[in-house]
Design a protein around this ligand. Structure first.
Ligand SMILES: Cc1ncc(COP(=O)(O)O)c(C=O)c1O
Length: 495
């Protein structure tokens, strides 16, 4: 075995051989990870990091059952799906059993991007239309077709980044969006926006092939659409001859605890026409899937063009997929997501009572967001503070990220074996960091009250890392996105 590279050597070699747009976490002092287990990652010195962000290692990093399943199948055979093999159909059948009945036909691919690209092809073939409605701040993948429908990305190229066939609907964010928690019916109001887009498109002789949305927006800032929104959008889109694509790449496979799929949070009555899956499906192995209805699949097949994917649905991937499904069930990971997720939200809500920097806590299961604000009334995003916190947590060996259009939403989506102790530990650290940040602010205010409004909050040194995709402040009001089970009532403590 050759000597391992030092971190410095790896950075230099990356500069030489890896494209400069491929970034690392914590660019100023990146982490070298050499192994991982469960919810923990270990660097080259054996230091343990608590992983609060890796939803790919869904059943836990390096799960022995996943490794065993992969090894066993690799020793026997790995080939493409043009040969008959048990694993492909066994997995497709198992996956279909986790979904509403009408979603029964699978296409296996290798990444979330491939899944969404294929979903667009299916939609276009079935409907005979071309245009796509997407949500503001959405990210659906890195292929050309998906950058086009990902405002999170194409807005970085300026307004001209948006193609004519793409229509952007407001994100159904009831904390920061156009219609807030004080609106009598935000689901209808946001859905009506989609209907308006459809009407405008029709006036311009454009036809809608699909509406695509994550069942809960992840990169968009841990946004949970109001219940009823998807049903209403689906009606409008169907009336326009389009289909509904639910992107479950980040949020599927029981992350929300109560349900296997996040779209099911909208209620039993809602079933998308196409569901795309990725990340957690293979626990780190590159596999993904598109599931759709018989009718859509038949329309796609009717062209006569073969769909062939060299690696999609190979016996090793399917063996791994089966192992992941088994583990979710055997280890009651959905139950764990509910218990630990509720506990985490409770702890964070206690912090919200204590720290004015926390504007909103929202989430289901182990998908939780903490929206940091400089001002609770204006809901001014506390971007630099969020970046400061994730850097400081890294020093404490906790890996967390901040995302959303303003990069101010602390984003929890840990492996599903995340424990109560992990939740307690990370919240305690966040508490300490927020206390310190707020103390700095208060000292400033006391020192010079007259200058208070002119001065900016003392920004942490990491702020240059905190570039946001969007600029500007939005008028903010109070929020209350929390669910029944996740509400807490704790006395307010000031630090
Ligand atoms: C919601 C969503 N869809 C699709 C993708 C693309 O998946 P991949 O990176 O596996 O191509 C991502 C990746 O982050 C994602 O977050």
């Amino acid at each position: 075995m050759s000597e391992p590279y030092t971190k410095k050597q790896i950075v230099e070699m990356r500069k030489k051989h890896i494209g400069p747009s491929c970034k690392v976490f914590f660019a100023k002092d990146p982490i070298k990870i050499v192994c991982a287990k469960g919810q923990y990652m270990f660097d080259e010195k054996g230091e343990r990091y608590l992983d609060c962000i890796n939803n790919v290692a869904h059943v836990g990093h390096s799960h022995p059952e996943v490794t065993k399943a992969a090894m066993k199948q690799l020793e026997l055979l790995n080939t493409n799906s043009r040969f008959l093999h048990d694993n492909l159909v066994r997995y497709a059948e198992r996956l279909a059993l986790c979904l509403p009945e009408k979603l029964s036909v699978c296409y296996f691919v290798n990444s979330g991007s491939e899944a969404n690209d294929l979903a667009l092809r299916l939609a276009r073939q079935y409907t005979g239309h071309h245009d796509v409605i997407t949500l503001d701040n959405a990210y659906h993948g890195h292929l050309t077709s998906l950058i086009d429908i990902s405002p999170y990305k194409f807005l970085q190229l300026g307004k001209e980044g948006k193609k004519e066939y793409v229509h952007v609907a407001p994100s159904p964010d009831i904390y920061r969006g156009k219609y807030r928690e004080d609106h009598p019916d935000p689901a209808t109001a946001y859905a009506k926006e989609v209907d308006d887009i459809i009407k405008k498109a029709h006036k311009n002789n454009r036809k809608i092939a699909a509406f695509i949305a994550e069942s809960m927006q992840s990169c968009g800032g841990q946004v949970i659409p109001p219940i009823g929104y998807f049903q209403k959008v689906s009606e409008f889109v169907h009336k326009a001859g389009g289909v509904f694509i639910a992107d479950e790449v980040q949020v599927g496979f029981g992350r929300v605890g109560k349900h296997f799929w996040a779209f099911q949070l909208q209620g039993e009555g809602f079933v998308p026409d196409i569901v795309t899956m990725g990340k957690p499906i293979g626990n780190g192995h590159p596999m993904s899937c598109v599931v759709t209805t018989k009718e859509i699949a038949e329309a796609f097949g009717a062209t006569g063009m073969e769909y062939f994917n060299t690696f999609g649905g190979n016996p090793v991937s399917c063996a791994i997929g089966l192992a992941v499904l088994d583990i979710i069930e055997k280890e009651d990971l959905r139950g764990n997501a509910t218990r630990v997720g509720n506990y985490l939200v409770d702890l964070l809500n206690e912090q919200k009572q204590k720290h004015p920097l926390i504007g909103d806590v929202r989430g289901f299961g182990l998908f939780v967001g903490v929206d940091l604000v400089k001002d609770r009334t204006l809901r001014t995003p506390a971007t630099a503070e969020a970046q400061h916190i994730i850097y400081k947590l890294k020093e404490k060996r906790i890996l967390l990220s901040a995302d959303g259009p303003y990069r101010n939403v602390l984003k929890f989506k840990p492996p599903m074996c995340f424990s109560m102790e992990d939740a307690k530990m990370v919240v305690k650290e966040i508490d300490d960091l927020l206390t310190a940040l707020e103390e700095v602010t208060e000292i400033q205010s006391d020192a010079d009250v007259d200058e208070n409004n002119k001065k900016k909050r003392k920004e942490p040194t990491e702020q240059e890392e905190s570039s946001s995709n969007k600029k500007g402040n939005v008028n903010r009001q109070r929020n209350g996105v929390d669910t029944e089970s996740q509400k807490v009532s704790i006395k307010r403590h000031r630090t």
